[in-house]
Write a protein that binds this ligand. Structure first.
Ligand SMILES: CC(C)(COP(=O)(O)OP(=O)(O)OC[C@H]1O[C@@H](n2cnc3c(N)ncnc32)[C@H](O)[C@@H]1OP(=O)(O)O)[C@@H](O)C(=O)NCCC(=O)NCCS
Length: 143
């Protein structure tokens, strides 16, 4: 598992994987703009990726994806575990994320990893079938 921070050369790797995981893929430039920031940290291997931002004692998951061929083999959980370990080592107190209300798999993944629902943003995501709520989830990392 490679940890990327400030490594904009990986922008195209993230973009190619992202388009296999999401209906609305982010462009290479989106990843370049994120990876250049000192607050961005990411994990990537041949099966999946996770990108997040850290500001002070808080982190936010920006995106996570596992290539279709490797799903339900524990990769998503491993990526999350790596990120949480990093967060604890760095003294991060809480981790935030948003997930589409109808993304059953991702919600189950996050709940299993100890994230709790803390809010809901009505109509936050635009989908081909209309607007969909974002569920806000948080994990406290402090002992
Ligand atoms: C969500 C995603 C990252 C999960 O990755 P994954 O490698 O398949 O997840 P794991 O195999 O580590 O799953 C861990 C647990 O999460 C839950 N889970 C994962 N996918 C699930 C699904 N499709 N349905 C129900 N539960 C699911 C299960 O509890 C699973 O444990 P189990 O397999 O022992 O039952 C992957 O499906 C994906 O890339 N989806 C498209 C992109 C996306 O939606 N990203 C999240 C945006 S918020």
């Amino acid at each position: 598992m490679l940890v990327v921070s400030g490594m904009t050369a990986y922008a195209d790797v993230f973009a190619r994987m992202h388009e296999q995981c999401f209906d609305k893929p982010w462009r290479v430039k989106d990843f370049t703009d994120l990876l250049v920031l000192p607050t961005t940290v990411g994990w990537v291997n041949a099966r999946g990726f996770l990108l997040c931002t850290r500001v002070g004692d808080e982190m936010e998951i920006l995106t996570i994806g596992v290539l279709p061929a490797f799903r339900r083999c524990g990769e998503g959980a491993t990526l999350l575990r790596q990120m949480v370990l990093y967060a604890v080592e760095q003294g991060v107190q809480r981790i935030f994320l948003e997930v589409a209300d109808d993304n059953v798999g991702a919600r189950a993944l996050y709940e299993k990893a100890g994230f709790c629902v803390t809010g809901c943003r009505k109509g936050y995501y635009e989908t081909p079938h209309g607007r969909c709520d974002a569920i806000c989830m948080t994990k406290e990392t402090a002992p």
